[in-house]
Design a protein around this ligand. Structure first.
Ligand code: ATP
Length: 515
């Protein structure tokens, strides 16, 4: 069964995150608040490394993308123009008995049909095995009620498609009994607040549900700086807020999260499909460059009939999380909808004048939009490993390790004096720490047996451990560095392999591997 195994893996990851200081529940001392998370010392570093890698590759390494940091609260008209006030809704369903809330598009149901006659209904929550779960429930129902005849294969449908007369017949996912689900109703996911001292309609504002609108609202301001020419992109990293009906799967779906979005503006006459493909490939390659396995990434093309009317095409990069294959990164071709809407609502012309052709037009846009937290979770899920390694006494034990790519690993190198009570070992180790610290995040640890210290770093995903021992002073007794002093042992996390390096070459050796 896929489900319990997935739960076990997720439980292990959640527990490691708490124990080692990657992720904590927000406000935990007050009982927590659903859908909000805090990043501890290791999590904050990991997150920063993801952001920095993206910014470096998306903005700094390119001539055709510039950065932006727009405000979280914008003029409320921005959200009217973008369509969020009217349409940023999810279909919400209440279970009147359990008081639980569901997203109607995450509940699936099917009639149980025996010998051509509907005898009942079954339901299942969104997962990788919707059809199988519904079929199993239908078979169980038939067996329990001792119904004779031929059971037809289930026909899964979203609860959003349930006909009014079917709604009271579909069992609630909370209770398993029919009759308690309400019809779906639109629930706007934007967080509202008031700006200024008055608390009336005129003061209503919203916490942004996406960063993208900042790029459209500032399009003209960026264009007027004169640094950019079509095709070009504006990129931004920042917090977004959505009052999700069912935050779940750890940090996968939260109410406060961080997005990295880029709006790439192209000519209305350019081949949008070429650019769309270009950005899908770019995003996929980038995920691989920070250590996600290519085998766990797939593509999902949104069917034409489910796209917004203005959308030309949307492709999601999907990742195989332990709880199923889910959207990680959406790459949307949005035509000229956003700029045209803002031009209409603001009364400001948001066109582009092409000097070469002397033609004015409204650019079209390709938008790769991704959540930092979803990347971070994908990284943790694929990096989590357990293997067998000998302990200090040579006895095999289970080791937990995070095989993080050195680019994103929170700690790049741990510096360990073999013994804490030998001043020369300690001062040399501190010297090595200070040498490296200017260039990378270093962790100094002198407590406990060396094997235990290695294990602690394995769990934190630290790719390298540097040990200062007696041979550092006495000189190497054998091997290629025989007779040489001022050398250290470098241990690699994944295979535990150790090699001896002169301290003078250590920085260069590490820099080559963490870039
Ligand atoms: P979903 O269908 O999962 O709700 P979406 O299609 O609404 O996502 P977009 O509006 O396209 O998502 O947002 C772009 C990206 O932002 C997503 O691909 C995802 O990585 C991230 N994201 C969206 N909602 C959340 C959330 N509630 N928590 C964490 N990340 C999110």
């Amino acid at each position: 069964m896929a489900e319990p195994k997935a739960n076990v893996v997720m439980e292990k990851i959640v527990s490691l995150c708490k124990r080692r200081g990657f992720i904590f529940q927000s406000s935990e001392i007050y009982g927590g608040i659903n859908g909000f998370w805090d990043y501890g010392p290791l999590g904050a570093e990991l997150r920063r490394n993801i952001r920095d890698s993206w910014w470096n590759d998306m903005v700094r390494s390119r001539d055709d993308v510039v950065g932006l940091e727009s405000s979280i609260i914008m003029h409320p008209k921005v959200w009217e123009a973008s369509g969020h006030v009217a349409g940023f809704t999810d279909p919400m369903v209440d279970c009147k008995v359990s008081k639980q809330r569901f997203r109607a598009d995450q509940i699936y149901f099917s009639p149980v049909i025996v010998d051509g006659k509907t005898v009942s209904y079954v339901c299942a929550l969104e997962s990788d095995r919707i059809a199988e779960e519904l079929q199993e429930s239908a078979e169980t129902y038939k067996r329990k009620k001792a119904i004779q005849g031929k059971l037809e294969p289930v026909q899964p449908r979203e609860f959003t498609e349930a006909r009014p007369e079917e709604i009271p017949l579909v069992p609630s996912p909370a209770t398993g009994e029919p009759g308690s689900l309400t019809p779906p109703r639109a629930f706007n996911m934007m967080f509202q607040t008031y700006v200024g001292a008055l608390r009336d309609e005129s003061a209503i504002a919203y916490l942004r549900p996406e960063t993208a609108q900042g790029m459209f609202a500032d399009f003209k301001a960026v264009l007027d700086t004169g640094r950019v020419k079509i095709p070009f992109g504006i990129a931004q990293i920042g917090k977004s807020f959505r009052n999700e009906i069912t935050p779940r799967n750890f940090i996968f779906r939260s109410r406060e999260f961080e997005q990295m979005e880029m709006e790439f503006f192209i000519s209305d006459e350019d081949d949008w499909q070429k650019w769309h493909r270009y950005w899908i490939d770019w995003c996929r390659d980038w995920l691989i460059s920070i250590g996600l396995p290519a085998s766990e990434i797939s593509e999902y093309n949104h069917p034409k009939e489910k796209l917004a009317f203005y959308s030309k095409g949307t492709t999601d990069l999907m990742f195989r999380y332990p709880f199923g294959v889910q959207e990680l990164w959406g790459i949307a071709a949005r035509g000229d909808y956003d700029l045209s809407q803002h031009a209409k609502f603001s009364g400001t012309a948001l066109g582009y004048f092409d000097e070469a052709t002397k033609r004015r037009y409204v650019p079209h846009v390709i938008e790769p939009a991704v959540g930092v937290d979803r990347i971070l979770l994908a990284i943790l899920c694929s990096a989590y490993h357990e293997d067998q390694m000998p302990d200090d006494k040579g006895k095999m034990e289970t080791r937990v390790l995070l095989k993080l790519h050195p680019r994103v690993a929170p700690i790049k190198v741990a510096v360990l004096p073999l013994l804490k009570n030998k001043p020369n070992l300690v001062s040399k180790a501190q010297e090595v720490r200070d040498l490296l610290r200017k260039h990378m995040n270093v962790f100094y640890d002198d407590t406990g047996a060396i094997g235990r210290r290695y294990r602690r770093q394995d769990e934190a995903g630290t790719p390298f451990c540097v040990t200062v021992d007696f041979e550092t002073f006495e000189g190497m007794k054998e091997g290629p560095l025989a007779g040489q002093s001022d050398t250290v042992t470098v241990r690699q996390r994944d295979d535990g392999k150790q090699e001896r390096l002169p301290i003078s070459g250590l920085l260069g050796w590490l820099m080559e591997r963490i870039r």
